[in-house]
Ligand binder design. Structure first.
Ligand code: FE2
Ligand code: FE2
Length: 358
């Protein structure tokens, strides 16, 4: 027993050193100072836990989430809380959601927040997810920042309630990426009215951070990198001085600035999506500052997956992407240009060109 405890303590100490060592010095310093809104949180997303049969699940997707949980547990000092960005499950089944929740239960944090993904939702319209994680949309305040969590993956009632003979069929249709039978994601009016009311009590100088699953901007409709009523939601956020939207779903690094709103995506722990072909062909489908990354390396099963360490020292979101290939990337808000920028690949000539895979 003693040996076990000693070994565990040793691993914990060694890991904390390793994790701190892999963060840029500036982030470590920011994380150490704990004043006002100078705080950090960790963000993981898109685990897509997939049930095979009995107690068997797709091992690779399990490993991705288990690794994110283990690495965030090693952070020292600890971030204030953990966010999970949606698509915990692949087909929204109870075994998948329960198994995902069990993996997440290894997190040694008091507070873990969850965003609804379409893969969690369309089997039973979020019933089991709600039992495990609570309401589908909500707000909270933390150290001078107002946070909002939205369910952005709703769609037309006709599609949701009348089109399919069963929840299973509906889920399968929504699970396809470039599926012509799919339906565009929406926040929808009842939630927008709730958001309007929620924001009424927030001062215009309070930094606002919105978590959604789909981007609250229109990037590429064919793959639902898109929210149909994005502009209506953006309008509600316009009066605030500092707004950031953090979203999952796209399984890749994207960042953009529209008016006063900064947009940052997060990676999946399961797999990376490639860039849609239209990214290369139509500039209108490319978020202004997206950096094309090498992907997906068929010989490296964890290519372009990982989790995020986020700091809010300035009230803007700075995202440190901890890729599982150990090549960390930082997208930080540049106050001079007024938008998020990639510290490594911002210059045009340093960007990694899009690749063609055969
Ligand atoms: Fe996903
Ligand atoms: Fe998704």
């Amino acid at each position: 027993m003693n040996n076990l405890i000693n070994r565990r303590n040793f691993l914990k100490g060694a890991g904390a050193l390793m994790a701190a060592g892999s963060l840029p010095i500036s982030l470590v310093k920011l994380a150490l100072a704990d004043t006002g809104r100078d705080f950090t949180f960790a963000y993981m997303s898109d685990a897509h836990i997939q049930h095979i049969k009995g107690d068997r699940f797709v091992r690779n997707w399990d490993r991705g989430l288990i690794r994110a949980v283990a690495e965030t547990n090693l952070l020292s000092p600890k971030p204030d809380f953990i966010m999970f960005g949606g698509d915990l499950a692949q087909l929204g089944t109870q075994p998948e959601l329960d198994h995902g929740a069990e993996i997440m239960s290894a997190l040694r944090y008091n507070k873990v927040y969850y965003v609804m993904g379409e893969h969690d939702y369309y089997l039973d319209l979020g019933k089991h997810w709600e039992k495990l994680f609570g309401p589908q949309y909500y707000g909270f305040d933390h150290k001078g920042v107002h946070f909002v969590v939205l369910n952005s993956i709703l769609t037309d009632d006709d599609w949701t309630y009348r089109r399919w003979p069963s929840g299973e069929q509906r889920m399968l249709e929504m699970a396809g990426l470039d599926n012509p039978n799919g339906s565009p994601f929406m926040v929808k009016e009842p939630q927008r009215l709730w958001l309007q009311k929620d924001l009424e009590k927030v001062s215009k100088n309070t930094p606002v951070v919105v978590f959604s699953h789909s981007p609250l901007q229109k990037i590429y409709k064919g793959w639902n990198f898109w929210t149909e009523d994005a502009e209506e939601v953006q309008n509600l956020l316009k009066p605030f001085n500092k707004v950031t939207v953090l979203y999952g779903h796209v399984h890749q690094i994207q960042y953009n600035q529209i008016g006063n709103i900064s947009f940052n995506s997060v990676m999946g722990t399961a797999w990376p999506w490639p860039y849609p072909q239209s990214y290369a062909q139509a500039a209108s489908h490319l978020p202004k500052l997206t950096v094309q990354m090498n992907r997906a390396d068929p010989f490296f099963e964890r290519d372009a997956t990982g989790w995020q360490f986020i700091n809010l020292a300035t009230g803007n979101v700075d995202v440190n992407y901890n890729l599982y290939n150990n090549a960390a990337r930082t997208v930080a808000f540049n106050t001079n240009t007024g938008r998020p920028e990639d510290s490594l690949y911002q210059a045009e000539k340093e960007r990694i060109p899009p690749q063609t895979h055969y």
